[in-house]
Design a protein around this ligand. Sequence first.
Ligand code: ZN
Length: 242
Amino acid sequence: MPTVNLKSQLNILLQLQSIDSQIYNCNEQKNTRPKEIEVLKLSFEEKKKHLADLEKIALDLQKAKKDAEIELTSKEDGVKKLQGQLYSLKTNKEYNTMLQQISDGKADASRVEDKILEAMEKMESSRKDVEAEKGRLSQEEKVFNEQKKKVEEQLKEIDEKLSQLDAQRKRIVPEIDKKILGQYERILKNRDGLAIVEVKNDICLGCNMLVPAQVINLIKMYDRMITCEVCNRILFLNDEQA
Ligand SMILES: [Zn+2]
């Protein structure tokens, strides 16, 4: 088995990491973007429910008005009936009692008329509320649909990019020693898509912790892969530092 040139392997790993970082970002977006649409959808559904509530109020008012109209007709019929009987009465006492009943009936009818007028006023303002809410909702729906379409297009682009990245990855991977690749991929999976990091000014750029001098010396020997003692990522030095 030919000995691997670790330095050149690390350079290829860096290229692979650049691809894998993009893949990681794409997958993050694939996870988070649909949730944005979910949030918008929920808020849109809430508003739809609000409109339904307003429409229910409008219906209730209509029903209240109709009931009051029926009540008014019945009161008016009652008054008419009493008025018809008025002249068949024998005594003054009966006559006066009935006059009082007629007057009471008219007062009742007048109160019901007020109720109808009140209901009509409320209906008018309720109708305006419903219209305004419908307008707002249709605007919301437009915005929601546009946003949804935008995200769907972006997700499609992400999928296209992912398949390109995957093809790039497949071209590079055969150049990497299987053992090295295995270790890289394990770290990649466990460390948020970042497996190989630079050591700059003695600091690991994966976890921002200090890398001891003896570890840096080990990296410079290119004898085996050296990982950060804190975050476990593979460490490399830029040419100027190495
Ligand atoms: Zn580290």
